[in-house]
Design a protein around this ligand. Sequence first.
Ligand code: UGA
Length: 438
Amino acid sequence: MTLRLSVIGTGYLGATHAACMAELGYEVIGVDIDPAKVEILQSGRVPFYEPGLPEVLARNIAAGRLRFTTSMSEAAATADIHFICVGTPQQSGANAADLSQVFGSIQALTPHLRAGALVVGKSTVPVGTAAVLAEQLALTAPTAEVAWNPEFLREGFAVADTLHPDRLVVGVRSQRAEDLLREVYAPLIAQDVPFLVTDFPTAELVKVAANSFLATKISFINAMAEVCEAAGADITQLAEAIGYDPRIGNRFLAAGLGFGGGCLPKDIRAFMARAGEIGAEEALAFLREVDQINLRQRTHTVNLARAALDGSFAGKNVTVLGAAFKPDSDDVRDSPALAVAAAILNAGGNVVVHDPKALENAARVYPTLTYVEDLAQALADAELVLHLTEWPEYREFDPTTLGSSPRQRHLIDARNRLDPLVWRASGWTYRALGRPTA
Ligand code: UGA
């Protein structure tokens, strides 16, 4: 019999998981409290930019394997395995995660659960959450069970990461839960994807440990970039050279403006907060430094920009290339690019922001910035250009098409991806983070 799954929460994680599970052949129902989102998804469209996802979604809706609803009771009644994919944002005014969506969705689901249902958490949660949920479920739906199955997908590669993950991790308390999840992921296990079975806390910790490691790797190379700048050395050559050591590896070693998005920043903060609660605060003290190094890249970029404009932004035309927190995404959550753009606007600059995909989302968060869709137009009057999100089209852009300018124009490449020779040849001054000035 075909497995019937529900996916609760249809953001980046849930919409992708629902579409990809249907792609594996299962009957999937996606649930969200937002009727507008459900309507868009049900019509076969994706309410955010994720390459490849619209095709998978539309194909599976057309095949009748995938549908979306706002009705939790309908989802509970039609599925035996429920994946919790709701958000766990940072609490406002605190480092800890806000778990209201996790607890709220499970509370809404529980009264309608079928006997023997499996509730599988995928959201990133503080260690200990699965055990609390299991206790609650034991009281309200005694035949149902909890499992934890963290998600490692990257925005921009969400479909590939779901259908061809590096590994699958399941935290379970029974053989039955393990068997059910082995059945769900059988097509991936058959492709030799490692399948690791753990207890609840280990599964929960794997996720935050992985994101902490990635954040640390980025802040490490950015700390080296600061030293390179002080010493007159070149961070891109340093990163390439250390990256050849396979123990270090060259991925996630791109120095620049640092990390943002809906995951790494809030996950390391929530991890520190949780470690404090369980008496392991000291073990994660280094993550505070990781966070600070990361935020320092933003201030440093603003300072370099001010220096390029002779010490003041007042009345100066500054063009920011990039609004998304990374390329191939329209996500602007904790976007380093927008943080820098907003700081320069506040300091009196005339800031124009360009991004191939994220302008609508950016305008919602920072309505006072000026957004321009055409790249050449965005660059036309710039005295200073800041390259803050490394979309391929910025690297491909030919600065000679901008013609010559009566005044000196400056470029700061905060992602170390543009070609200094090309820009300098067109009369621009070029400055990058962690590299010699000339
Ligand atoms: C991250 C993790 O990579 C995923 O494995 C994880 O599943 C996900 O969070 C999550 O917790 O849901 P994501 O937030 O999509 O994925 O973005 P990343 O590709 O990890 O990039 C994060 C940030 O680091 C971006 O702002 C990017 O510009 C920055 N970055 C990345 C660097 O500054 N340097 C690098 O070398 C790599």
